[in-house]
Design a protein around this ligand. Structure first.
Ligand SMILES: *Cc1c(COP(=O)(O)O)cnc(C)c1O
Length: 426
């Protein structure tokens, strides 16, 4: 445990690249309403304190171990490796976390931070609903009350998650204005926080937003890479050649990448949602397609998909969790520094990669995570047998059954849905 803590210290001192005022190079910062300044000051102070507090990290790791099932395994994908006949592929299994993805690492850490600050209530925004479910789950476990904001449109698309959040005891509030999606939910959560920050902590779901949220989320997700590095050294006796992760806001990617920053020989590749391709305009690739432009929104500066007037574009992806206009300021900076490369996988490539992973390894990755596989598969032809690839499987895919069945154009599934529907109407 103490080794883990010192690993963590070195990661965060060597590689956070954070300037005094909360910027990562030109990105980041804190563009917040005056009224929230005390809330942010309080969070910064407590976050600083817990980073120096081994007991806090130990409590966090113990809860992750006994409640969420960490450490998650690093699985050697022998059949997948043979399928391509090149680099050896290892899979970091974040799908095995409680609630099925890496999101719990952050939700649990921030809920503990909230308790440390004496808060009794947590609030969150959610798009696809995964972060909402993780937040509702930890609220129940730690005895906090929870309110989750979600766009009405997203609630329709991800109703199963709404059902579970409510059953877990959280209040889910539909957001009825704007595009009724994630960015409107963020605005509504901020509005709530402005009136209630004395009792309430805002559990932001990804490594974006105003400083210090990107640092906080990256910190709580860094457990992924700390484990993965230890595991690959143990099982392969050496560091990987490349590490792949999908990038929505950037939290699972930063989580797995951070431990490898100091090892320049390890290439880090973030894979964005290429949707229907660059030409179609229907995608969510801010960096790989070179289309994100610097701007300030939602409390921070980063590369946003926006038009020349600074209006945010509509984004598109088969994977709801990658469908976001901004990107972590930490990733925007690391991309400019050349430390992280970016590529984008299209929906069609993702569906193809998914079938390969399911049939060779018996794993069902989330559509988000399948982008990381698709990115690795594209590069693998140029690798050699002595290379090692790690793919971060950020979550499991059972939640995506409707989208996957549609993507695979599964006629039997369609017939089943029709029968179910007919039962309800009868
Ligand atoms: C939410 C989610 C993502 C995208 O979020 P990041 O902050 O970029 O990690 C990726 N994979 C899964 C399974 C998710 O639930």
């Amino acid at each position: 445990m103490s080794e883990k803590i010192s690993a963590l210290r070195s990661i965060h001192s060597e590689a956070a690249f954070l300037s005094e005022n909360g910027y990562y190079g030109e990105y980041g910062g804190s563009y917040i309403p005056e009224i929230l300044v005390p809330a942010f000051t309080e969070i910064k102070e407590h976050f600083e304190a817990i980073r120096q507090d081994d007991a806090f990290w130990q409590q966090y790791c113990a809860l992750l171990a006994d409640y969420s099932g960490r450490p998650t395994p690093l699985t050697y994908a022998d059949r997948l490796t043979r399928h391509f006949g090149r680099a050896r592929i290892y899979i970091k299994r974040e799908d095995l976390n409680h609630t099925g993805a890496h999101k719990l690492n952050n939700a649990l850490g921030q809920a503990l931070l909230a308790r440390k600050m004496g808060k009794t209530r947590i609030i969150a925004e959610t798009g696809a609903g995964q972060h909402g479910v993780a937040t509702a789950t930890v609220a129940a476990k730690l005895g906090l009350s929870a309110t989750i904001y979600m766009g009405r449109e997203d609630m329709e698309r991800q109703y199963a998650n709404v059902f579970w959040m409510r059953r877990l005891g959280a209040e889910v509030i539909p957001v009825d204005y704007g595009s009724q999606t994630l960015k409107d939910a963020i605005n509504e959560a901020l509005r709530d926080w402005v009136s209630n920050f004395e009792t309430t902590h805002y559990v932001l779901g990804t490594a974006s937003g105003a400083h210090p949220f990107p640092s906080i989320v990256a910190y709580f997700q860094s457990i992924i890479g700390i484990e993965a590095k230890e595991q690959i050294l143990r099982s392969a006796g050496r560091l990987p050649s490349r590490v792949y992760a999908c990038v929505g806001g950037g939290s699972n990617a930063l989580g797995v990448f951070q431990a490898f920053y100091p090892h320049e020989e390890v290439q880090l590749i973030g894979v964005e949602a290429g949707g229907q391709g660059k030409e179609s305009g229907r995608h969510a690739s801010r960096i790989a397609f070179g289309e994100g432009k610097p701007g300030v929104a939602q409390g921070y500066k980063t590369l946003f998909l926006q038009n020349n007037e600074g209006q945010m574009n509509d984004t598109f992806s088969i994977a709801a969790g990658l469908d976001y206009v901004g990107v972590s300021p930490i990733l925007a900076n690391l991309s400019e520094r050349g430390r992280i490369q970016f590529s984008a996988a299209t929906d069609a490539e993702v569906i193809e990669a998914l079938e390969i992973v399911m049939k060779t390894e018996g794993l069902i990755p989330a559509l988000e995570s399948t982008h990381a596989f698709a990115g690795a598969f594209r590069d693998i032809a140029e690798s050699s047998k002595s290379d090692i690839f790690i793919v971060n499987m950020s979550g499991r895919g059972d939640k995506d059954i409707f989208n996957i069945a549609e993507g695979l154009q599964d006629e039997e599934w369609k017939a089943f849905i029709h029968r179910k529907n007919a039962q309800f109407e009868a």
